[in-house]
Design a protein around this ligand. Structure first.
Ligand SMILES: Cc1cc2nc3c(=O)[nH]c(=O)nc-3n(C[C@H](O)[C@H](O)[C@H](O)COP(=O)(O)OP(=O)(O)OC[C@H]3O[C@@H](n4cnc5c(N)ncnc54)[C@H](O)[C@@H]3O)c2cc1C
Length: 385
């Protein structure tokens, strides 16, 4: 909520306080931009806070590999950069992909070749090598894998909060429990937003509202092909940490990993889950995910489940993000991360700042342009879960 006499103008308004909105607020405020961020609930209450927070450089398209590499370079020093108030729990226990079919194995090998060409230290592993490094993983029927030891984990709430706090310290106004009802345009130029019942004006508005970006963009006639898709996660009681890497199966989309407090996360892609914004619980998920994961790490049998959560992916037809200026002048968009966007938080902020100032972006993000859907020029990200 705003104070009665508060100035309701800004250089830039950000809609959505997930990791991308908070990082953008930080980067813009650091560059002296007068910025206001509106978040409908609390920071990280959307996909960011529901994330498994795996950080990986294993992608199958160059743009994602390059950006992921940049982000992995940012994470080790980010806690200090953002003031140290929030412990980010950054760990590098690695990220292991496993394959049970020739098709998946071939895809992993293709991805690793791309990554190695970009100086990402990924490697192909045989089931025997996997067994040797992680004896607790059952390699029965497994035919191959890919591993990157520099990949890891971060606490997604702390990351988003840390960005929000650092932005505030630099003068950004962060308004939580302040939903944006609609965007405001005059002709084909953005004018501001209506937030918590009040009109705010700004010549630039950044939309970082995850899947909710679609209905918000529609309020100024912009069509985004971004749809919600519910994904679940299960959390176990903490057990003795043995630095189990994120282990993910390309064939059935099931994954598990240990986080620094010792808990395990289990997740699984299930295309039968409802395509909705709302979170919810599904017994089918619990049954399916435990069955898949316990086959791969049988020693976890008997570990107690302490909770389950779900959240929406913001999915595009090619599983690539949209980072671009919209057809409405002054409106720019960063959404559509299709389930792998948390790790791109630092680059999201940097790109937002570069685009605001009309600078050349540090990475080639042509694949993320909005017009690609109308042009039918899609480059599909194959490392999608
Ligand atoms: C189960 C699960 C596992 C995942 N695992 C990983 C992973 O391992 N690694 C990874 O990198 N990514 C993962 N992701 C994906 C990742 O969480 C998202 O891609 C990323 O967090 C998107 O961040 P964002 O800032 O774009 O959007 P969000 O975090 O969704 O933020 C959007 C924000 O906008 C707010 N909002 C909505 N409407 C309004 C409004 N009208 N006014 C104001 N604010 C509004 C929402 O409340 C929300 O806080 C996972 C996601 C899920 C659900």
């Amino acid at each position: 909520m705003s104070a009665v006499n508060e100035r309701k103008t800004a250089d830039a308004i950000i809609v959505g306080g997930g990791v991308h909105g908070a990082s953008a607020a930080y980067c813009l405020a650091k560059s002296g931009v007068d910025v206001v961020l509106f978040e409908r609930e609390y920071l990280s209450s959307g996909g960011s806070g529901r994330s498994a927070a795996g950080l990986r450089q294993h992608f199958g398209t160059e743009v994602n590999c390059r950006l992921a590499k940049y982000n992995l370079e940012c994470f080790p020093t980010l806690e200090d950069e953002l003031g140290g108030e929030h412990k980010l729990e950054f760990t590098q226990w690695g990220y292991l992909w496993i394959a049970y079919t020739d098709e998946s194995k071939a895809q992993l090998e293709k991805n690793v070749a791309l990554q190695q060409g970009l100086d990402i230290p990924s490697e192909n592993l045989t089931p025997q090598e996997i067994k040797r490094r992680w004896p607790y993983i059952d390699v029965n029927r497994m035919i191959g894998g890919a591993f990157c030891a520099r990949d890891g984990h971060i606490n997604p709430h702390a990351l988003t909060m840390a960005y929000g706090r650092a932005a505030q310290k630099l003068g950004a106004r962060v308004r939580t429990y302040a939903p944006v009802e609609r965007l405001l345009a005059s002709g084909d130029r953005i004018k501001g937003v209506v937030a918590a019942g009040e009109e705010w004006s700004a010549p630039r508005v950044l939309l970082t509202a995850g899947p909710w970006s679609t209905p918000l963009a529609a309020t100024v006639g912009v069509d985004l092909p971004v749809t919600p898709e519910r994904h679940n996660l299960l959390v176990t009681e903490p057990i003795e940490p043995f630095e189990c890497p994120m282990t993910l199966c390309l064939d059935d989309g099931a994954y598990f990993k240990q986080v620094p407090n010792g808990s395990f996360f289990f997740g699984r892609d299930d295309q039968d889950e409802p395509k909705v914004f709302e979170s919810g619980n599904s017994a089918k998920f619990l049954e399916g995910v435990t069955k898949s994961v316990l086959q791969r790490i049988p020693s976890l049998k008997g570990v107690r489940v302490v909770h389950q959560w779900s959240g929406p992916y913001d999915v595009t037809p090619d599983h690539q993000a949209i980072i671009d200026w919209a057809p409405v002048e002054g409106l720019w968009i960063n959404c559509g991360w299709s389930g792998h966007g948390l790790q791109f938080g630092p680059s999201g902020g940097r790109l937002a700042k570069e685009m605001f100032f009309g600078e050349r972006t540090f990475a080639d993000i042509r694949n993320f342009r909005l017009s690609r859907f109308a042009e039918g020029d899609l480059v599909i990200e194959p490392a999608f879960i």
